[in-house]
Design a protein around this ligand. Structure first.
Ligand SMILES: Cc1cc2nc3c(=O)[nH]c(=O)nc-3n(C[C@H](O)[C@H](O)[C@H](O)COP(=O)(O)OP(=O)(O)OC[C@H]3O[C@@H](n4cnc5c(N)ncnc54)[C@H](O)[C@@H]3O)c2cc1C
Length: 148
């Protein structure tokens, strides 16, 4: 569930930006006609497609009873990171309007920040996966003896 929320939000961001860049004109052309804006749009689309595939893979692992905490944490951390990146690309694609609530990308950005933190922060989720792939739990620093 925590993986699919940012996927849906990211799809909304892409959709909003896609329409906005085609409608708004600057320097006599739609923003969508400029190379850098197209590149950002494609980065967002690539993120969304990859996020969907990771979410789908997690569902398949869950259905087959093979989902581990490391799988779930990898999905949650990686997907929420990509969603944050997608929101940042969307926000800047809209220029000044990217920080206004009217265009929804700023709201999406705010909606994503809690997801990046709740159900385990990004950092902690990476450590859960790190424990599974290395066999070492790094949550707790090794005890240090004070020299004072
Ligand atoms: C919108 C929202 C809704 C929430 N809903 C719920 C809920 O319904 N139920 C619930 O129980 N909780 C809920 N939470 C709490 C959420 O789970 C915690 O905020 C989250 O687990 C982080 O804990 P913390 O805020 O105490 O941060 P801290 O533990 O103080 O962490 C601060 C920073 O230090 C890092 N850090 C901490 N420990 C380590 C470590 N061992 N190694 C490396 N880095 C570390 C963290 O990654 C983070 O970047 C919610 C939080 C938010 C923002």
């Amino acid at each position: 569930m925590v993986c699919w929320q940012p996927i849906g939000v990211s799809m909304g961001i892409y959709d909003m930006c896609h329409r906005y860049l085609k409608e708004r004109k600057q320097f006599g052309a739609p923003l969508a006609a400029f190379q850098i804006n197209q590149q950002k749009l494609v980065q967002m689309l690539g993120n969304v497609q990859a996020m969907v595939l990771v979410g789908w893979r997690l569902c398949k692992l869950y259905e087959s009873g093979k989902l581990t905490p490391g799988h779930a944490s990898l999905g949650k951390s990686w997907i929420s990171l990509r969603a944050r990146e997608t929101a940042a690309l969307g926000r800047e694609s809209l220029g000044g309007n990217g920080i206004l609530a009217d265009y929804r990308v700023a709201k999406a950005f705010c909606d994503l920040e809690p997801i990046y933190t709740f159900e385990g922060t990004y950092d902690i989720n990476t450590l859960v996966t790190g424990r599974e792939v290395t066999g070492f739990a790094s949550f707790k620093p090794a005890a240090q003896r004070s020299r004072m």
